[in-house]
Design a protein around this ligand. Structure first.
Ligand code: PGA
Length: 259
């Protein structure tokens, strides 16, 4: 009898991604060089992918640094490829400037620009169309957590913001409780595990094998001091880091959770 066909693909490495938000100018490029130098040291060899998502203005100058071991991502893209959309940036433009990924549906975009799941879903499609990895964010507000709606909220966001053909190769989920972002507050490891387990189950139900391998990042007040504990939680496959990604020292300290 012929051996059963192997259909399972290898799970991607964990991802540690830095979200610089609206911070950084060309004066900040030195931090990326420092980070690449630190990552190159043997004792820091991390078993994860490392990425920085700077403001779009810094993608091309960062690419020009050729910082080894540091991938680049955007922070948002328009759903269309090009056209009359003043101030917007398309997925193809991000790719052209050096990005291999883009954060989509971050809670700050959902709050500041009233982005809906439907719009986020269209952006995920645009990212895939341009060959970018979509890092799609979900997360509950403090009010929603307090009223016991966390799982309902994040599962609805997950359902509404992804299309059916997402794979582990082109999509990453980031769970970011809104109340933990930039606040210094983090959920307990039990709370993180509860949400990540629920997201994993929903992903497997919808995407099968691909859903089993899709990375689920935790984000919200991750620092060098709490990274190892959070990264050890089952179904946490990396992190999306805001404030602590702005300096090579702190971001490097977080990457060390995987060294
Ligand atoms: P923070 O932000 O690490 O500053 O809390 C995380 C994020 O918003 O991605």
């Amino acid at each position: 009898m012929a051996a059963p066909k192997k259909t399972t693909l290898k799970a991607p490495k964990p991802l540690v991604a830095g979200n610089w938000k609206m911070n950084g100018t060309t004066a900040s490029l030195g931090e990326v060089k420092k980070l690449a130098r630190a990552l190159a040291k043997k004792k820091n060899k991390a078993k994860c992918e490392v990425m920085i998502c700077p403001p779009a203005t810094l993608l091309a100058p960062m690419k020009a640094l050729k910082a080894k071991g540091v991938a680049l991502g955007g922070q948002d893209c328009h759903a269309a490829n090009s056209g009359a959309h003043t101030g917007d940036v398309s997925a193809a433009m991000l790719k052209d400037a050096g990005a291999t990924a883009v954060i989509l549906g971050h809670s700050e975009r959902r709050a500041d620009h009233l982005e809906t799941d439907k719009q986020v879903k269209a952006k995920v499609g645009a990212a895939h169309g341009a060959g970018l990895l979509a890092i799609m964010c979900v997360g509950e507000s403090l009010k929603q957590r307090k009223s016991g709606d966390t799982l309902k909220v994040v599962k609805a966001q997950l359902r509404g913001s992804l299309m059916d053909d997402c794979t582990a190769k082109n999509t990453v989920i980031a769970y970011e409780p809104v109340w933990a972002i930039g606040s210094g507050l983090t959920p307990t490891v039990e709370q993180v595990e509860e949400v990540h387990t629920a997201l994993r189950k929903a992903l497997v139900r919808r995407f099968g094998d691909e859903g089993a391998k899709m990375r689920i990042l935790y984000g919200g007040s991750v620092k060098p001091a709490n990274a190892a504990e959070l990264m050890a939680v089952p179904n946490v496959n990396g992190t999306l880091v805001g404030g602590a990604s702005l300096t090579a020292k702190d971001f490097g300290g977080i990457v060390k959770a995987y060294a």
